[in-house]
Design a protein. Structure first.
Length: 123
């Protein structure tokens, strides 16, 4: 993944760093001391996009993405996250591992640790 330098920062949210490839993205939110307080990993962007979101301390959410392109006679709407129960933690981990080459190791380690936690919770 390559980093988007100087991504838009949203007032009231923790500072964020943003990494991307053609098929996935990682946004990492950072608290004091650059501690990871959340992340959003988007994968399968080129086919059927899905998003895994984690926020401190233990809030996980897995969603699909409604791209807003469903009505041919209407203008494209903004993409939104929608409920999606299909979750393959092993596959997501493999996709992340392949893509995270230029992501700082402390972020890679944190995402990998959270993926392991999710897998353990799901049994």
């Amino acid at each position: 993944m390559r980093e988007i330098h100087e991504p838009r920062q949203i007032k009231g949210e923790p500072r964020r760093r943003w990494f991307y490839t053609a098929t996935c993205e990682l946004v990492v939110w950072l608290g004091r001391g650059d501690v990871v307080v959340g992340f959003q990993f988007t994968y399968d962007k080129d086919t059927v996009p899905h998003v895994l979101t984690w926020h401190h301390p233990d809030k996980f959410m897995h969603t699909g993405v409604d791209t807003g392109e469903v009505h041919p006679l209407k203008p494209k709407a903004s993409p939104i996250l929608v409920a999606n129960g299909l979750f393959d933690c092993v596959r997501i981990g493999e996709i992340f591992k392949e893509a995270c080459g230029m992501v700082p190791s402390r972020y890679v380690d944190e995402v990998a640790r959270r993926l392991t936690e999710i897998a353990d919770l799901r049994g």
